[in-house]
Design a protein around this ligand. Sequence first.
Ligand code: NAI
Ligand code: MG
Length: 594
Amino acid sequence: MKSVAVLPGDGIGPEVTAAALDVVEKLGLPLDLRFGEIGWECWRHEGDPVPQRTWKLLEETDTCLLGAITSKPLREAEAELPSGLRGTGLTFVSPVIQLRQRLSLYANVRPVIDLVDRRFDFTVIRENTEGLYAGFDFHGLDDALWNVVREHPNAQASGPRATGVTLRLQTEFGMDRLLRYGFAYARSRGYTRLTLVDKPNVLRHTSNHLRERLERMAGDYPDIETEILNVDAVALWMVRRPERFGVLVAENMFGDILSDLGAGVMGGLGLAPSGNIGDHGSYFEPVHGSAPGMAGQGRANPMAMMLAVAQMLDHLDLSVPGDDLRAAVRAVAARRTTVTYDMGGTSGTREVAQAVTEELAAEKNASDTVDEVVDRLSRLDTASVSDALDSLGVGGVLAGIAPRVPGTRAAGRAFTVTYQPVDDSAQGFRNAANYLDDVPEGAFVVVDNAGSTTCTNWGSLLTRLALRRGVRGTALHGSARDIAEIRAAGYPLFSTGVTMVSGKNRVELAATGREVVIGDVTVRPGDIVVADDNGALIVPADHAVEVADRAERVEHTEEAIAGAVGAGLRLDEARRRFGYAKPWDDSGARTSRA
Ligand code: NAI
Ligand code: MG
């Protein structure tokens, strides 16, 4: 059981928090939600926007969900204090800044996903504690600082009192922990590219230092490609080609600017979530503020908050419900019938929450139905399933992909993997098989390596991992090795060929979850693979129930015919009687046509 401090805060904070939590309740998660107070009301009544009891709550919980907090300039803040507290030297310090400092939350994590078209999915990770915002900001210079800048002609023209300086603080401690978090995040979320955003041609020394730290760490993450790009170029590409990015890591100021740009690319403040992460604490919140002008009207978009909750669930190792929640928000956003004003709709906060809740329930039902039909198909012979596909005029047989482990049979939802020949210009081996970490339990891996028999895409190590992950089987449009071990493990393996040659440095992963074409069969992720000693075939997801119905009737009919022949009936007579020609025709299966 994980505990979460829930701090709804001010303005629209409580509305969007309540809406998101209504949805979370439906997920039935092992979460202990503990509510607390933070923000403007605490300041107005107690002179402290983060009261001691709230710090205590934060200490006692695993993470925190924050709504939004109103901040006002110093003078207005003072004026709203109760009279007894005015003039006592209390100053308003932004609660989010207090949280970040006191909990040492060094990484600000902003996922940017295309909710409607799924065109892009990247994350900006901003350093939160140093860089240009470290606070070394001076106006009127002492001798030490003046000596640093005095040669600059503009400084000479102004003199020390009329010159200002900001220092960009960059420490190995700060850089390393941020980079490490960035790599770990990329790996855990399946991103294959990490872009360091900096300005190496201008900030030559600090950028070079950062580059050295990156290169040093990149060796530990050979599966993640790294690059260093100029911040201005990234701003351009984020708008023009957002799909090229995976994880972007940037120092404080560059990250600040790019993360708001990211929120814009995503579609606005009503959609963008964020997390602030440290080694010993974290909190999650929508990027937007308390929007006091619309507070209490029930018009605020709760999606940013819902996505912040999904991000929090990922962080708490509850990424399956996190993904479900994101998928439901995506579906509602894409349908556009129940969205708030900022997305062009007329619905209110509560209606959107209701729509997301219904979507979650519908997805749950759909996946239960698929599980059920996979179960039915797994008990049928591929021969009967093939007859049923024939009867519907649907192809599906993976021609040339032969069973390698006799006596195995399996069915599962296709998880598609595409390989391509190694691009010689790219660096080294890229752990092409790491995709297995993402394969869901109950899936059937379908690998397309263009039918190659010159090198392998599967062996004993992957088999072991697949078995551990509850993968049902593997069909390779390509080749396998270590056949003896795979037989000993009894793993359902089907392939075009067998060879001993490694795929390492010959092929690399091009994509997962993409439609693949094998012979004249198109395999879409989520289609159902059925395989046994006859070979492997694909049942398209949208025909699955009908195929299972028909295949079951085929088997009943054949049993009935076999029974009748055993009882002495002539074969032609038995076939006629039990409707052998069209067993899926219900009437044929039961009535004699003799
Ligand atoms: P804001 O983000 O609160 O609102 C700006 C505008 O964005 C709103 O007027 C509204 O048109 C739109 N908007 C924001 N959230 C929306 C949502 N969920 N659905 C639909 N439209 C939405 O920024 P503003 O007005 O600059 O700041 C208001 C208060 O919030 C200030 O006191 C500020 O200090 C505070 N703030 C707090 C933050 C936090 O809690 N982390 C972050 C930003 C501002
Ligand atoms: Mg900002």
